[in-house]
Design a protein around this ligand. Structure first.
Ligand SMILES: [Zn+2]
Ligand SMILES: [Zn+2]
Length: 395
């Protein structure tokens, strides 16, 4: 690969659609989350040049996608993927729930493969209209189907107690999938874990890690994202990145500090306490109840087979990031002012000089952003469905 043609782009590969073709797609998501606005408004504001929309297999979203192809707002690429006029690459994907009760994302290369996917699952779901449906298909069959469709299969939010493969189903994908395990090349870390936590489970050494937002509202797009190094914007290059092939790769993962995630620590349903004791915590130290939502940190501690993380060679760094709007002291006005000046949120986070930040948003916010780039901001941890928070006066 020559030194000239290399692109470094940012991508968030797990975004939901709230509404399409006049119909609700993901009930729990904002109706503002629409295919066109994600591509033409939200992605550029964030600084993303690649987005994965995980409801592309639903009927309303597929219909809109088809319309955008007809009007030329999207163009299907020979090497896979859909390129918008503004240069944003759309990767069509489908999140679904297998009979094991866990979530998977299938990234698909082409419109025709998306149609094939729909034909395949039509008789196995109760509602083709809605997002992340339960499909009467096993994980092993999914591996198979993905192969046939020339797609990429990725366990979604792998460690969450809510439908994650490790959080909910198994302590070893190798055991659970047998020889099919080798077909899995990538897992999504989810908001409450990071590379080091994941890598205390030895078999994850074989996987590329994705950090995605699982956005249910436009604001949440890009709360986690990846930097991809590739040669062109298309599906094949994206696939190479996930497979660490041909010199293409993920250069860095950017994600929430796991302590900000809403399932970071175990949470007692009886007395609403988020545990602070050494993990794994499976009963409440305060009231003695064992009615707990297991935290991601606690679950990983319970199933890990290494004390220290064991990374594959060339594992990219994981940088802790907090969406700019969630920093204490950043109101909507300041946010818009910064966005106007710096062009995108990722530019604010990664590129802007401290002196410029200070001039536009004040010393304290500038300090916080610079501190965030080089380390960790002080955080009050989350659990049981409640997000953690950045401590005030942390600039
Ligand atoms: Zn999910
Ligand atoms: Zn999702």
């Amino acid at each position: 690969m020559g030194v000239d043609n290399i692109l470094n782009i940012y991508g968030d590969m797990h975004i939901h659609i709230g509404r399409a073709a006049g119909k609700a797609v993901k009930i729990t998501a904002s109706s503002q989350l629409q295919l066109k606005s994600i591509i033409y408004r939200d992605a550029p504001r964030k600084g993303l040049e690649m987005v994965g929309v995980v409801d592309a297999g639903t009927l309303p979203v597929a219909q809109e996608l088809e319309e955008m192809l007809q009007t030329g707002e999207l163009r299907e690429l020979r090497a896979g993927g859909f390129l918008a006029r503004n240069g944003v690459l759309l990767i069509a994907a489908c999140e679904l729930e297998s009979i094991e009760g866990v979530h998977w994302i299938i990234y698909l290369p082409a419109w025709e493969k998306l149609r094939e996917y729909q034909r395949f699952i039509r008789s196995r779901v109760s509602n083709m209209q809605l997002s992340t449906q339960k499909v009467r298909i096993s994980a092993k069959e999914l591996v198979n189907m993905t192969c046939i469709l020339e797609g990429i299969l990725c366990p979604a939010h792998a460690f969450t107690p809510h439908k994650g493969i490790y959080g909910f189903w198994t302590d070893s994908l190798k055991k659970a999938l047998g020889s099919d395990y080798r077909q899995i090349r990538v897992i999504e870390l989810g908001l409450s874990s990071d590379s080091d936590m994941a890598a205390t489970i030895d078999e994850t050494r074989a996987f590329t890690f994705l950090t995605n937002s699982d956005a249910h509202s436009p604001d949440n797009i890009g709360r986690e994202f990846n930097r991809f190094r590739l040669k062109n914007k298309n599906f094949l290059e994206f696939k190479y990145c996930l497979e660490n092939a041909q010199g293409r790769r993920i250069m860095a993962n950017f994600g929430l500090d796991p302590r900000l995630g809403k399932y970071h620590r175990s949470y007692c349903i009886s007395c609403s306490t988020i545990s602070t004791e050494a993990p794994p915590v499976s009963h409440c130290y305060k009231c003695g109840s064992d009615k707990m939502v297991m935290g991601v940190y606690d679950r990983i501690a319970a199933i890990q087979d290494r004390k220290e993380p064991g990374h594959m060679i060339g594992r990219p760094p994981y940088y802790y990031r907090v969406p700019i709007k969630q920093l204490p002291g950043v109101g909507p006005k300041t946010y818009e002012k910064m966005l106007n000046y710096f062009g995108s949120e990722i530019n604010i986070m990664e590129e802007a000089a401290q002196s410029d930040l200070a001039r536009i948003a004040g010393e304290q916010i500038a300090d916080m952003i610079v501190k965030m780039r080089t380390g960790r901001l002080p955080i009050i941890p989350g659990g049981g469905g409640h997000y953690g928070k950045v401590q005030k006066n942390s600039g």
